[in-house]
Every structure is written in C-alpha cells, then in structure tokens.
Design a protein around this ligand. Sequence first.
Ligand SMILES: Cc1ncc(COP(=O)(O)O)c(C=O)c1O
Length: 417
Amino acid sequence: MTTSAIHDLETPAQGILLCRHHFPLLRQWVNGKPLVYFDNAATSQKPQMVIDTMMRYYEEENSNIHRGVHYLSEQATQAYEGVRKKVARFLNAGHEREIVFVRGTTEAINLVAASYGRTSVGAGDEVLISTMEHHSNIVPWQILCEEKGARLRIIPINDRGEILLDEYEKLLTPRTKMVGIVHVSNVLGTVNPVKRMVEMAHARGIPVLVDGAQAVPHMPVDLRDLDADFYAFSAHKMFGPTGVGVLDGKTHYLEAMPPYQSGGDMIKSVTFERTVYNDLPHKFEAGTPNIGGGIGLGAAIDYINQVGLSAISAYEHELLQRATEAASEVPGLRIIGTAHDKASVLSFVMEGIHPHDIGTILDSEGIAIRTGHHCAQPLMIRFNVPATARASFAFYNTQEEVDALVRGIKKVREVLA
Ligand SMILES: Cc1ncc(COP(=O)(O)O)c(C=O)c1O
C-alpha cells in the first residue's frame, strides 16, 4: 500500500498502522523475538521511500552542487535546493533563504552560539536556558559564557517537568542576551509553551533559539506562528538520514552574523586582500554539504506530509496514554516527566533496579529502549536520579508493542526486584 492510499481508510489509526510496512528494518527479529523499537528519540527508522530516494540520487544524479554547468550538477543542485523550499513550506518558515543546512541540531546550536553569541554576548551579560535542555543546548552556551565572562542562567521546572513561567519571567532582564529552550524534552516528553516564552522574551527585545529536535517528527510546527528567532532540528529523528539538519534563522539576525565556518561555497569572491561572503543561506554553508542526506530529508518530509502530522500526533498520544496508564500500575515504578502537555516519551525508574538492567532484560525480549542520562545530566540531578529508562514512540509503533513493553517491565520486576 502506498502512503497516498492510507487516507482512503476509515480511521487515521488504521492508516497509520499500515504505514509500519514502509519501514523495512522493523521486520527484524532480535533475540528470537520480533523487534520492538522504542528508541525513536535517539533516532527514528527510515521508510523505504527515503532509502529509495537516496539510492536513486547516488545511482543517477550524484554530482557536486552549485559550481557545475554540466547536466548532473544542475540536476543535483535543483534537487538539493528544492529541499530547501520544501523545508520552508513544511515549517511555514519566513523565507527559504532562512533555511541553513547543517549536520544536525547540535551543529545548528553551535553555529548560533559561535556566530551570534560571540558578537552579541559580552562580559556581565546572561544567556538563559532551562533545566531540561539536552547537552547540545547547554555546552555551546557554557563555552561562550566562559569565553566572554557572561553568565549562564537556568529556568527552573516543577516536579512534573514543566517550566515555571513566573520564574522565567523574573530571569528575563536587561542583561539577558539570548534564551535557548527545548520545544519537546527528549527525557520528559514535556511540550514547552514556546510560543508564550518567545512572546515574553520579545517583549524585552531578547532573541530566542528553540531546539526542535524532538518536536518536528511528532507535531505540526509553524515557525511564523512560533516567531522564534532560531529553530533547530535533525533529519535523522524525523525518518530522514543522519548527518543533515536545519537551522532556521530570521533574516535580519543571519545577515548581521559573521560566518561560522569558512572556505568554498560561502563566498562570492576571494582575493588575498579580501573575501566577499555569499548571500544567505550560503554564507553559513561552507564546503560540500551532505547532498545525498539533504535529498533524503526532502523525501522524509514528503513521507511525513503524506501520513499527516496531525494524525501522527493523535496516534502517538494514544500510545503514550496506554503506556503511561499501564506503567503507572507497576509497583515501584516512577515515571519521570508527568507534564500536562506531553509527547511520545516515557521515562521511568524502578525501585532498587538500575536502568541499565531494565534495558538489558528488555533487550533480551527484543525490545529496544534507551537507558542512561540521555545527554541531560543536569536534569537527572534535578530529579535526583542517576539515569532513567526511556521508551520513546513513533507512529509506526503499535498498541501491542506497548503491551509487550509493559510485560517486559513486569518481567524485570520478577527477575530483579
Ligand atoms: C532535544 C534534543 N536536542 C538536541 C539533540 C541533538 O541532536 P543531534 O545529535 O541530531 O545533533 C537531541 C538528540 O537526541 C535532542 O533530543
């Protein structure tokens, strides 16, 4: 069945379930059991359409872009630049020149910290981030603050894992030069009120960067509506390939920012005396990019559009609800992250059992979850846990798989508690 046919089915859930067959990897058996893949927050699986598109690119179109006048180079350039347009439409971005291709969320945030941060943050200034940030939205700001004599300030959260907006407001001061906030937490699943947070920062003239790595694969994102100044995400978490991602930045910021990396493609002209930089977005895209990866990202967006993000979001919500209800009944299990507004992540700890042991026993059942600090060590400290076990869902997961997870968790208890 093609994705275009799924909308002919009676219910979105029926259609969504049929999409599972588009993911060849999910047919595997692991440790004698059918694979249950619940590590989607780390990386998602790829539909055949993305795999085929990338294969076709390498078989039929592979060529370097922008510089060539020959047929293949023009084909590859058109395909790659077409993806930029597609990304802009997908996210309702201000303009395609605001879409900068990078390696992923991490590189996008590093770009902003290194370029905007270095020129706009000085001694005594403050950068504001939240307790629930991924290390990639902590460390670049920490390095910047150390270098500049600036201060990293932290927005606190409550025990459910929700931002304390009153505290956030108090932390927005004339010294604040940037706010960095995750849209959806990779550990707690909390969907942060980023639109409201952007409004509050903008009322004081402060720019906001939103880390959208866990939002874009799970819910419709409208950048014009959010109005964030920078928005970052990775293709590999949204059914696309690794090694490519996007930084969306508002034109007036990107225009004023110095290049992040330099070399070929980011220039208009070079003499030994002087270099004139290229127009946006190419000023920030030095060197040969991940062309095949970008084209794969385009196919992933086509695929997501065919399935429909509203249907994906509604279906994943059902999975999360079923998992949450069943897990809550397991004695000694504590869910970390119980925000009112949550998306597709279930983190938990079990009394007297190390999360790594939970992961190992579940793996023996063919169930892939992630255990550890999930690149959010300050958040582990906030919840006073060394690590958590995390099941993260995608729309190709099923209710039966959720039930298998819960059976697995009960087995962990029988074996280890
Ligand atoms: C919320 C969040 N931000 C940033 C990242 C970093 O993404 P990448 O490793 O693709 O750069 C991740 C990855 O897990 C994430 O979950």
